[in-house]
Design a protein around this ligand. Structure first.
Ligand code: AMP
Length: 219
């Protein structure tokens, strides 16, 4: 079996991780593993997990390490993840990063891509972000889908995430700085960190990431 392509994408909320991961997952044929999407899916389905985490998600705080680590462990057991995965929103703490190394073993993380975007820009992106509740498509508040409230992909409702309200945004960015930024040094010390300027068009960001993955002979 060829080596697994396991990639981590780090960056503040609103840096464009979701958009880039969807594109990269499609071009490399590996699943996009977003713990935020998995948790929001559970909330929407009203499952026991969803009921447990709903209020935490709305507040913008993190759910427990144990819970998300277990979700990721299970996700990597699924057939489509045997060729690797593109991790979005995980790991978010040092404890999660260490657990991920245990989950993946020798064929571990090949690269950690840090999408770097200034805080003013992510704050503005998050407050204008709207999302389709059905398919997860992302819109801006000025897009026709956001104004009409209907997704052109699937007809689902286009809404503002509760955690994209100003108080939750502030809390999420603070949490990122405190708990997640230390991961940059963690991956740097393993020679796995690359930083990409996220303040460019989505196409430019994708090309920059693909060039690095290619240069490193990863795909
Ligand atoms: P995201 O879509 O990645 O911004 O995640 C939305 C919310 O899900 C976060 O604000 C957390 O409440 C929760 N969440 C997602 N991923 C994690 C994680 N790795 N660790 C803890 N909580 C998470």
């Amino acid at each position: 079996m060829p080596a697994r392509l396991n990639l981590v994408v780090l960056g503040k909320q609103g840096a464009g991780k979701g958009t880039q991961c969807k594109r990269l997952a499609a071009s490399y044929g590996i699943p996009h593993i977003s713990t935020g999407d998995i948790l929001r899916g559970a909330v929407k389905a009203g499952s026991p997990l969803g009921r447990e985490v709903a209020s935490v998600l709305d507040s913008g705080a993190l759910v427990s390490d144990d819970l998300v680590i277990e979700l990721v462990r299970e996700r990597f057991e699924e057939p489509d993840a045997q060729s690797g995965g593109l991790l979005d929103g995980f790991p978010r703490t040092l404890g999660q990063a260490e657990a991920l190394e245990r989950i993946l073993g020798d064929d571990g993380i090949k690269l950690c891509i840090n999408l770097d975007v200034p805080i003013e820009l992510v704050t503005q992106r998050l407050s204008s972000r709207r999302i389709c509740q059905e398919c997860g498509a992302i819109y801006r508040d000025t897009d026709v889908e956001a104004i009409s409230g209907t997704c052109t992909n699937c007809g689902g409702d286009v809404v503002q995430r509760a955690d994209d309200q100003p108080e939750a945004i502030r809390k999420r960015l603070e949490t990122y700085e405190r708990d997640t930024e230390p991961l940059l040094a963690f991956y740097e010390s393993r020679g796995l960190l690359v930083t990409v300027d996220g303040d460019q068009s989505p196409d430019e960001v994708t090309s920059a990431i693909e060039a690095i993955v290619h240069e490193r002979g990863l795909a």
